[in-house]
Design a binder for this molecule. Structure first.
Ligand code: FAD
Length: 471
């Protein structure tokens, strides 16, 4: 058992790169240690923390964002410092962090798009859903984007929760949008949208769709949108029936089939918009001369392998769905950071259970770790990152206990001095809270949780102006 005498005299200094859920959970775990005193310096490239909780989670799901309160508690702990608006790899290098900390944990997420690799993918009117999500959530990198919503039909490619979020955002009424923290530029554009039909395309069948039940159910409860499903497209083939009744079958998949089957029996009420769920169709080409005019799809059939796993195989039957907007929601992808080994195939930092591995020696790089989506790939809900971050912190503390961490060359130099020199316009947590309170104050008279500031300059102006007023 450890006791007070075993507490290291000097605290363990840890840099965490990325203030999304994984970064905050890792910080929380470290600062909760009783036997090891820790100091955490948490960096984010944006002045606003919380990663995809702020810039991914759909604005009409405000309860999910209440996890921010947990992160705020962590930020109040002794030993915690936030350095917002500091990009690691640009303003400060990996080596500079490693020289000043006992350990560095990368939690940079995976917020870039995967490509379909199809002809016509870059035609105007075809966009990654990642851009659309970032745009309606007011991400500063996406605030300048424009989506042409003057056409009547949009096609969303993908069968996960992000595809459902995107379809729902296109179908919400202006009144529904005006209750949320959707970025103002997106509310204006979506309120003026002419889109009447949103088609969501799944490569495989409803039994294989990745939607969670509440998300799929929500599509059937929209104020101004009918949900439409062709009974023939949710009729199960033999392979899917066997899949759904196998030992250990997933209740979520069974429920999805029930929900979509019920949708297929509905008579449309003639609402202003329609969300059409289509299955067993893969895009082969985005068609159009100078911009998107349609999407060519091929019908698939499901083929079972020896374990009963069903793969989509194209048939000869094709169809062109005329449309004006294509949003490709086929998954997110991590990006490499300078000087940090990256596994291109998995699009994750090269790691074994959170320890970053040197690909040449296949040995862990002492003192370098990773957690969250950039460790394990873009899947899992916010809470999944808690266990993931805890597992990584456990590895780190094991390495500390075994004396495996190197003594950093500039351990006694405070990284704050380097940040002040390289990035004078960085934002600490108090400055972020000023931005946060300003946003909430703007939202209050409108009955909204907040009005988001969507440019970094605007955020810095508020942080500095309010700081000056308080002096
Ligand atoms: C559209 C969408 C909707 C979702 N909806 C839900 C939902 O409703 N419920 C739910 O539970 N989960 C939802 N999720 C999943 C959830 O958001 C993720 O599980 C979670 O955010 C992943 O956490 P992370 O910390 O690994 O990455 P992120 O949340 O992406 O955080 C990474 C952070 O790293 C920062 N960063 C990146 N590079 C650098 C750098 N070089 N230097 C400094 N900082 C850097 C980024 O700015 C970001 O703040 C959704 C995801 C998406 C994409």
């Amino acid at each position: 058992m450890s006791d007070q005498n075993e507490t290291p005299v000097r605290p363990l200094k840890v840099a965490i790169v990325g203030a999304g859920p994984a970064g905050f959970y890792a910080a929380g775990q470290l600062l909760a240690q009783k036997d090891v005193a820790c100091e955490v310096n948490l960096f984010d490239r944006l002045p606003a923390p919380y990663g995809l909780v702020r810039f991914g989670v759909a604005p009409d799901h405000p309860k999910i964002k209440s996890v921010i309160r947990v992160f705020e508690k962590t930020a109040k702990k002794d030993g915690f410092r936030f350095f917002g608006n500091v990009e690691i790899g640009t303003h400060v290098t990996h080596d500079e962090l490693a020289e000043r900390h006992d350990a560095v944990i990368y939690t940079t997420g995976a917020s870039h798009d995967r490509r379909l690799g199809l002809p016509g993918e870059d035609l105007p009117g075809s966009h990654p859903a990642t851009d659309f999500v970032a745009w309606y959530n007011g991400h500063p990198d996406a605030a300048h984007l424009q989506f042409d919503l003057t056409g009547k039909r949009a096609v969303v490619v993908g069968n996960g929760n992000v595809a459902v979020d995107v379809a729902r955002m296109l179908a919400l009424t202006e009144d529904e949008l005006r209750e949320t923290d959707t970025a103002d530029h997106a509310i204006e554009a979506l309120a003026a949208s002419n889109i009447e039909e949103i088609v969501v395309l799944g490569r495989r069948g409803i039994a294989q769709a990745a939607f969670t039940n509440p998300e799929l159910r929500e599509l059937g409860e929209m104020a101004e949108a009918d949900v439409i499903v062709d009974p023939a497209e949710v009729a199960l083939d033999e392979g899917s029936r066997a899949w759904l009744t196998r030992d250990g079958a997933d209740v979520r998949e069974q429920k999805n089939v029930e929900i979509a089957t019920e949708y297929s029996t509905r008579t449309p009420e003639g609402k202003r918009r329609r969300v059409v769920l289509r299955f067993l169709l893969s895009p082969v080409k985005i068609v159009g001369e100078d911009r998107v005019e349609g999407i060519e799809v091929v019908r698939n059939k499901l083929v079972a392998d020896d374990d009963g796993w069903l793969t989509a195989r194209p048939t000869n039957e094709t169809e062109v769905i005329p449309c004006d907007l294509v949003l490709r929601s086929i998954g997110y992808r991590g990006r490499p950071l300078p000087d940090v080994p990256f596994d291109d195939e998995r699009a994750t930092i090269n790691n074994l259970d959170g320890r970053v591995m040197d690909p040449e020696t296949a040995e862990p790089i002492p003192g370098v770790y990773t957690a969250g989506w950039i460790k394990r790939g873009p899947s899992g809900v916010i809470g999944t990152n808690k266990k993931c971050a805890t597992d990584t912190v456990t590895m780190l503390l094991q390495d500390v206990a075994e004396g495996l961490l190197p003594t950093p060359a500039k351990r006694d130099e405070d990284v704050a001095a380097l940040v002040a020199e390289r990035r004078p316009e960085h934002v600490d947590f108090a400055a972020w809270k000023r931005i946060d309170e300003h946003e909430q104050a703007l939202g209050e008279p409108q009955g909204r949780p907040r009005v988001k500031l969507v440019s970094v300059d605007e955020m810095l102006e508020v942080a500095n102006a309010t700081a000056a007023a308080a002096d």
